[in-house]
Design a protein around this ligand. Structure first.
Ligand SMILES: *Cc1c(COP(=O)(O)O)cnc(C)c1O
Length: 419
């Protein structure tokens, strides 16, 4: 064998595409060398990576297990059946569709299944923590449907069911949506369900952020209260990037048809296999303990930041995420994001409810605990990181100050390997 074909066997990516190989190597290093506190991110297991990087990517399988438009689907049928069976068990669901390519695709499929263009939908205001796909004017959900939103209470920044109900009675939505991207508190799914019944709406919960918490048994299960529940598999759930839709049997056929052939072609069978692996992991004993730690770490972070003088939106958290209002620190969300990135702490700028600066210059940052918890960190590390955040944003311009913080970040990263 030639040197080159040897290298091709041993390290195919490096041999074929050194540029991309070094890009991925650099990204692996970035994930190891930084404290990643993006609330919507996580670290998947090596088993999930292996399944997602498998030969299942070669297979076309339009349709569903047992009813495909291609021959040769015996193995991918098995993979998809395993994924569905495990997902239904975990979330006590009557039906699941695991084919949506993302959380957004899952939401679009629900809309296609149960709405007609122009139908009224009611979701949480984007600038109060809702998601683009819940009726924002720049998203298809706000362009093809008649979208309305409910807001959190001024002051407390908490959702008020009375406010949701009042808006719902006025709007008479065909679809009522609960669930958010930056709301740190529990949502009363049962109360929402009662409002949906009262106004004759179909009730959708988008648990994109909290699916893992629910699967771990540390957060209520919206599948028990909603007609339809969408989720991502890559946020707290800790699986591959993708979406899924749970529903009552009554909506099963419409949703399956909306995903395929309504919205998508061939399913990503390698990703569906990786979802099956993540579902298996969610059924292992360590998973509940992991999700408990996710909550404990977010709570510790909120408490530590609060004691350092930061304003925590809603005063704390019931979830994996912490929303910080930076107005009393005289720093914008954008500047805070940049300063923290310089010392290796990765967060995102985020609007806060009733943000005086608007969405283009948000006054807050959003922090999350899932990735650091996947690395094994505990509340004591969250307290240490809160201090590093405070010292960074206090902006002491003494030379060497930021370098010293970066070294402390390096030490924590070294002690808790990502892989
Ligand atoms: C993240 C998120 C989504 C979209 O997920 P993608 O996979 O990024 O498309 C949908 N809804 C909510 C509430 C989210 O937070």
């Amino acid at each position: 064998m030639s040197v080159r074909s040897n290298e091709l066997n041993r390290n195919p990516l490096k041999a074929v595409d050194p540029e991309l190989f070094s890009t991925i190597t650099a990204e692996r290093k970035r994930q190891q060398d930084n404290l990643i506190m993006i609330a919507s991110e996580n670290l998947v297991s090596r088993a999930v990576l292996e399944a997602q990087g498998s030969v299942l990517t070669n297979k076309y399988a339009e349709g569903y297990a047992g009813a495909r438009y291609y021959g040769g689907c015996v193995n991918v049928d098995r993979a998809e059946n395993l994924a569905c069976q495990r997902a239904r068990e975990i979330f006590e669901a009557e039906h699941v569709n695991v084919q949506p390519h993302s959380g957004t695709s899952a939401n679009m499929a629900v809309f296609l299944a149960v709405l007609k263009p122009g139908d009224p939908i009611l979701g949480m205001d984007l600038s109060h923590g809702g998601h683009l796909t819940h009726g924002s004017k720049v998203n298809i959900s706000g362009r093809y449907y008649s979208s309305f939103s409910y807001k959190v209470e001024p002051g407390s920044c908490l959702l008020s069911l009375e406010e949701v109900r009042k808006t719902a009675l006025k709007v008479r939505p065909k679809l009522l949506i609960a669930g958010a991207s930056s709301y740190p508190r529990l949502v009363d799914y049962e109360g929402f369900a009662a409002i949906a019944r009262e106004v004759g709406a179909i009730f959708l919960v988008d648990m994109a952020h909290t699916a893992g918490l629910t699967a771990g048994g540390v957060h209520p299960n919206p599948v028990l209260y909603a007609d339809i529940v969408t989720a991502t598999t890559h946020k707290t759930f800790r699986g591959p990037r993708g979406g899924m839709i749970f529903s009552r049997q009554q909506y099963a056929e419409a949703i399956d048809k909306a995903v395929f052939p309504g919205l998508q072609g061939g399913p990503l069978m390698h990703v569906i296999a990786a979802k099956a692996v993540a579902f298996k992991e969610a059924q292992l004993p360590g998973y509940a303990a992991y999700q408990e730690k996710v909550l404990a770490n977010a709570a510790a972070l909120a408490e530590a930041l609060s004691s350092l003088g930061f304003t925590i939106v809603t005063g704390g958290t019931d979830t994996h995420l912490v929303l910080v209002d930076l107005r009393n620190k005289n720093i914008s969300g954008m500047d805070a994001e940049k300063m923290l990135e310089n010392v290796g702490i990765i967060v995102n700028k985020n609007v806060i409810p009733y943000d005086p600066k608007g969405a283009n210059a948000p006054s807050g940052i959003r922090l999350g605990s899932p990735t650091l918890t996947s690395r094994g960190m505990m509340p004591s590390q969250m307290q240490e990181i809160a201090v590093l955040i405070e010292e960074t944003l206090a902006g002491q311009s003494k030379s060497g100050h930021l370098d010293a913080i970066r070294r402390r970040v390096d030490n924590i990263c070294l002690e808790y390997p990502a892989y």
